[in-house]
Design a protein around this ligand. Structure first.
Ligand code: ATP
Ligand code: MN
Length: 463
């Protein structure tokens, strides 16, 4: 029978003098004369609980299985700790090993492991200090995202994960098929006959919930999606995953100004929420991962974002006197090096770039009167570059049709999307935030594989 226990977070906040039950995994064990010290953690907070085991109660034989990685249940008394770092420690009366961990093979030892090595033990790395902190912050961030939208009356909508339309009109997608890859049915022309596939046509994993989100915004006014998205882009970078989570609000009766205001309020709110809820974890990131984390977060939470048009941004980049790996001139998409220059060197704060050339943006973005640019906005953050991409959507059916043609997209595939402009169209806008990019920004972690529980990247889908 398991005894009722308490979380270490709550025990560490309690006063001394109570008899309690704690459970957790051994981080370290230290033996000195007459007493053994064992640190246990249960993931509930950054800190571990120090368990003190007097040798008079616990002889060597009773503690052979108390080794790093073992899972323990400890009953004892909370006593005032002599160490300044913690208020209380647990003086054990009884210890039960719920699960031993063979010390000759347990891979997660006290010594600092590289993140590369920890990725190989993705099933055990959540027990390490760094990944404990990462996933507590991820949890707090996800909850803050829901709270932000729910407090503002946005409807949470679950858009499909399997889709037959490619939202961006380009972009590499994962196919979803039940056809036998060894001998798929063929048309008379010899092509694979997807009419015989599960959905009667080609299907894919979604790259974005936006188009379906728009259908809901034109019924519920303000909505958001928050779910997994998939990109089969074979870009092995520290910023790209094949499976990642995206937040996509969509608002009816909203233009690009409203969209930018929401994006800025949103980023400030979620950053502040994480600072409030995960202070110990953020302090750890600041001390051990990147010593600019705390200052940038507090800066972003309190300072106004810079606004600049794409045209102006290109002029600034051309005048910077820098040599770029990707040369810059009006018409090219901004690369990470350009984005980082703007936010890190030029403005030293988050920057919203607006009104991009229509050729480099998606077909659904609203055309400006200049005939050259669209009402797009990208929010760029120091250290990361693009963190949010959004736009006011084209609500005028003729212009949307023209954009589909200009992007070489078949109108027939977008008939339902065009219907939204045919029946009760309204000005509307929205954006997408990649959850993992945001987490990298908040934690200072340098590789996106280290802010998702189990990363899916080209050549790798372990665990
Ligand atoms: P990038 O130029 O960095 O590849 P993108 O222009 O393809 O980004 P969008 O299509 O605008 O990105 O997607 C919206 C958001 O989703 C981005 O701002 C980013 O935060 C995130 N994102 C995009 N691709 C990935 C990916 N492969 N892995 C993780 N997050 C991503
Ligand atoms: Mn991309």
């Amino acid at each position: 029978m398991l005894k009722p226990g308490e979380f270490i977070r709550d025990l560490l906040g309690s006063d001394a003098g109570r008899t309690v039950v704690a459970r957790g995994w051994v981080k370290t064990r230290r033996d000195s004369k007459g007493v053994h010290f064992v640190q246990i953690g249960d993931g509930s907070c950054f800190r571990d609980l120090q368990v003190v085991l007097p040798s008079e109660t616990f002889d060597e034989a009773a503690l052979t299985e108390v080794t790093t990685g073992a899972c323990l249940e400890v009953e004892g008394e909370l006593v005032a700790s002599p160490h300044a770092a913690q208020r209380v420690e647990l003086r054990a009366h009884a210890v039960r090993v719920l699960g031993a961990a063979d010390p000759t093979s347990y891979p997660l030892q006290k010594k600092g492991h590289s993140f590369e090595f920890l990725r190989e033990i993705g099933h055990l790395r959540p027990r390490s200090n760094t990944f404990g902190a990462v996933f507590r912050v991820r949890n707090a961030l996800s909850f803050a995202i829901h709270r932000f939208f729910q407090e503002r009356g946005f409807l949470y909508v679950n858009t499909p994960i399997i889709t037959a339309s490619d939202c961006e009109g380009a972009g590499a997608m994962f196919g979803v098929s039940t056809l036998d890859p060894e001998k798929p049915p063929r048309t008379s022309q010899g092509a694979i006959d997807f009419a015989q596939d599960f959905f009667g046509k080609r299907a894919f994993l979604t790259v974005s919930g936006q188009l379906e989100g728009e259908a809901f915004a034109l019924a519920f006014s303000n909505v958001y999606t928050f779910g997994p998205t998939f990109r089969a882009e074979n870009s092995n970078t520290p910023r790209h995953l094949a499976e990642f989570w995206m937040v996509e609000p969509e608002m009816a009766f909203c233009d690009l100004e409203g969209d930018m205001r929401l994006a800025e309020d949103f980023l400030k709110f979620i950053i502040q929420a994480v600072l409030d809820q995960c202070w110990d974890d953020i302090e750890f990131f600041n001390q051990r991962i990147d010593n600019t984390v705390l200052a940038t977060l507090e800066h972003v939470a309190t300072s106004a974002f810079e606004h600049v048009t794409y045209t102006e941004a290109v002029r600034l980049l051309e005048q910077s006197g820098k040599t770029w790996e990707f040369p810059v001139h009006w018409g090219v998409d901004l690369q990470s090096e350009h984005e980082r220059y703007l936010t890190e060197e030029k403005f030293k704060r988050p920057v919203i770039v607006t009104d991009y050339p229509k050729e480099i943006k998606a077909f659904y973005m609203r055309a400006n009167d200049d005939g050259k640019t669209v009402r797009a906005m990208d929010v760029l953050a120091p250290r990361i570059g693009e963190i949010i991409g959004g736009s006011q959507r084209e609500e005028r059916i003729d212009l949307l049709r023209a954009q589909l043609r200009a992007h070489n997209l078949p109108e027939a595939a977008y008939d339902w999307y065009l219907d939204l402009r045919k029946y009760g169209s309204a000005p509307h806008a929205g954006f997408g935030l990649g959850l993992e990019r945001m987490l990298m920004y908040i934690t200072g972690m340098k590789n996106i594989r280290d802010v998702i529980p189990f990363a899916r990247t080209p050549g790798s889908a372990e665990f």
